[in-house]
Design a protein around this ligand. Structure first.
Ligand SMILES: Nc1ncnc2c1ncn2[C@@H]1O[C@H](COP(=O)(O)OP(=O)(O)OP(=O)(O)O)[C@@H](O)[C@H]1O
Ligand SMILES: [Mg+2]
Length: 476
């Protein structure tokens, strides 16, 4: 599949054109591609949901409720609590959760998992949950450090005879020239720093800073003076640093507890974001254990008390939460009550059902009552034919599909009979059919043909119920 390029002179959009690039969802996986039209909750400043905004149609009560939760999260009064989104399949629960993550911005960690992800033969169920929870606790570390910063004007390694072997040479030191608006300085640096410079792929003309204490090298970007005229390139250009070469600089880094656990479990040294905290726990461990987590927590608490770091509680989103079993639910209760708990959003489309892992506990949504008790519950409503038509229209625009007269009505009718998702699913195949028939526009007859080829869930279930099987009871 190839994206249409801006140089093409034709104005028709091919049926397989990629949706218009969206800056926020581009970095996420394709799993949410079907929600790419959702840009946020679409609320006014007063928290009122507009009928149609940010890609969201209708569902105003649920959107407003989510808006309140966002306010609570932002003012840090929702930690350790849970929001449960409950409603029929295809009513926008997953879409709501993604909208919440958009609204919170990229600085607040958002960790989505699906209930069934906890079942693995290699990792314990509770381990998956606690890891997810720790990835959802952000830590903003502010540090003032002595650094040498500037544009690299010179980079000359000095070689010396290797005293240990007769052959080969080693780098004895490296001369680095750094330039700022105020002046230039030539520094003689240790061979370890040269290694770090090579790792960061620093060349003359880059803006870098070197931490005085640790010798960590960070490449900020390429100096403005070298900016080229390409329209598209991977390089970031930065202005020549102000002030002296040697200065105190405030560095802000965002990491999560999960990052810190991993960094300490596999100490590598080096220049990554963990270099600040990488040497907290000196050990050769390769596994994240409860003990290691406690040690990380202790150090983090120390940093928070000193005012060096700030905890940013994020959001864990567990979709299809009814897939968890009783063990997980109990563990979830405990996690919610721990002092550094993130906000939890749960979603389910079940009514009363058996709690997994038990043989006789039937509970609303398949969630034990003690967990349910800790949740704020928001219900998503079904859609009217009108609303279905609007969602279809939004999707058609995002997918670059042209719809002929009456198509929207016909699809909305299908959506009302089947489900919103079924109607949405018909869009793309119908456009392929139209294309095969040499048209660029989807017509009503394409939808008709689609209906002959595919079944919606209700029809399929109905056929099985009637005959015991699709071919009259003796198949399968
Ligand atoms: N109010 C809405 N406005 C715009 N698009 C919507 C709306 N509700 C749902 N959608 C879209 O409809 C599709 C189905 O919705 P979604 O996946 O969120 O349903 P769900 O409630 O999570 O269903 P399930 O219980 O089966 O997981 C998605 O592509 C979603 O983006
Ligand atoms: Mg869903």
């Amino acid at each position: 599949m190839k994206a249409s390029t801006s140089t093409s002179s034709s104005t028709t959009v091919p049926h397989n054109a990629l949706p218009p690039p969206s800056t926020t969802s581009a970095s996420r996986s394709s799993r949410i591609a079907s929600h790419s039209h959702i840009k946020g909750l679409g609320l006014t400043a007063e928290g009122k949901a507009l009928g149609e905004s940010a890609g969201f149609i209708g569902q105003t009560n649920a959107r407003e409720a989510c808006g309140v939760v966002i306010e609570l999260i932002k003012s840090r009064r929702f930690s350790g609590r849970a929001l449960l989104l409950a409603g029929a399949p295809g009513t926008g629960k997953t879409a709501l959760a993604l909208a919440i993550s958009h609204e919170l911005g990229s600085k607040v960690p958002f960790c989505p998992i699906v209930g069934s992800e906890v079942y693995s033969t290699e990792v314990k169920k509770t381990e998956v949950l606690s890891e997810t929870f720790r990835r959802a606790i952000g830590l903003r570390i502010k540090e003032t450090k002595e650094v040498f910063e500037g544009e690299v004007t010179e980079l000359t390694p000095s070689e010396a005879e290797n005293p240990l072997s007769g052959y080969g040479k080693t780098v004895s030191h490296v001369i680095v020239g750094l330039k700022t608006v105020k002046g230039t300085k030539q520094l003689r640096m240790d061979p370890n720093i040269y290694e770090a410079i090579l790792k960061e792929k620093v060349v003359v003309g880059d803006v870098v800073y070197v931490e005085e204490q640790t010798g960590a090298v960070k490449r900020v970007g390429r100096s403005d003076a070298y900016a080229s005229s390409y329209d598209l390139e991977a390089e970031t250009y930065v202005p020549l640093p102000k002030g002296e070469v040697h200065k105190r600089k405030e560095l802000v880094q965002d990491v999560t507890l999960g990052d810190l656990d991993a960094a300490n479990a596999r100490p590598q040294g080096g220049q990554d974001i963990m270099s600040v905290m990488g040497s907290l726990v000196k050990s050769g461990r390769t596994e994240v254990t409860e003990k290691l987590r406690r040690e990380v927590d202790r150090v983090v608490k120390g940093y928070v008390d000193q005012g060096v770091a700030e905890v940013v509680p994020g959001v864990v989103f567990i979709d299809e939460v009814h897939m968890l079993d009783i063990e997980c639910f109990t563990y979830l209760n405990a996690l919610l009550e721990s002092p550094m708990a993130p906000t939890v959003i749960l979603a389910t489309n079940r009514g009363n059902s058996l709690v997994r892992g038990t043989s006789d506990i039937v509970a609303p949504h398949g969630i034990p009552v003690d967990l349910l008790d800790r949740c704020l519950i928001v219900k998503t409503e079904g859609y009217t034919r009108d609303q279905i038509a609007k969602v279809l229209q939004v999707r058609a625009t995002v997918e670059g599909l042209k719809l002929g007269p009456g198509v929207l009505d016909r699809l909305a009718e299908e959506g009302e009979r089947g489900s919103l998702r079924y109607a949405l699913q018909l869009l793309t195949p119908a456009s392929i059919l139209a294309n095969l028939n040499g048209r660029t526009q989807v017509e009503v007859e394409d939808i008709g043909e689609m209906n002959e080829l595919f079944l919606d869930a209700k029809t399929s279930a109905g056929m099985i119920a009637q005959g015991g099987g699709y071919t009259g009871g003796n198949a399968f």
